[in-house]
Design a protein around this ligand. Structure first.
Ligand code: HEC
Length: 118
């Protein structure tokens, strides 16, 4: 009983730390939750800086404002990739890409960085 509680608290702590910049699970629709899972599996590695000690991100921060908030363009970039990003059209079904786009739309734009642009 005690041990279970400890593990649950620990897991909660890790989840909370990693999920901080993201909307709480309870505010997401089932489609956005599906998109979040796919995003965490396939996109986070390049698009999210998980810890202060992580090396610089490879891709830009993503939010509902990415690509001017244009959902069709987001689908296009995710499907076909860019010179520096792999395309996912053979990896995901169209409804999975829709779910990822729905999740991206739920992400708030990051606060402007105080450091000068690279
Ligand atoms: C291998 C690293 C990598 C992975 C994995 C990756 N991306 Fe990217 N992504 C990039 C880079 C780098 C860019 C910047 C465009 C460029 O330089 O070509 C980018 C750009 C984007 C953009 C356009 C952002 C903008 O403001 O221009 C979107 C949207 C995007 N990625 C979504 C995704 C999604 C969704 C996934 C997962 C399905 C994903 N990316 C996986 C590296 C990656």
């Amino acid at each position: 009983m005690r041990r279970t509680t400890g593990i649950a608290l620990l897991a909660g702590g890790i989840g909370a730390a990693a999920a901080q910049p993201f909307p709480a699970a309870g505010t997401l629709t089932p489609q956005q939750l599906q998109g979040r899972n796919l995003f965490n599996q396939s996109c986070m590695v390049c698009h999210v800086k998980l810890q202060i000690t992580s090396p610089a991100k490879y891709g830009p921060d993503l939010s509902g404002k990415a690509l001017g908030g244009d959902e069709a363009l987001m689908r296009e970039v995710i499907s076909n990739g860019t010179p520096n990003m792999p395309g996912f059209k053979y990896h995901f079904e169209p409804d999975q890409i829709d779910a990822i786009v729905a999740y991206l739309k739920a992400l708030p734009a990051p606060a402007p960085s105080p450091s000068p642009p690279r």
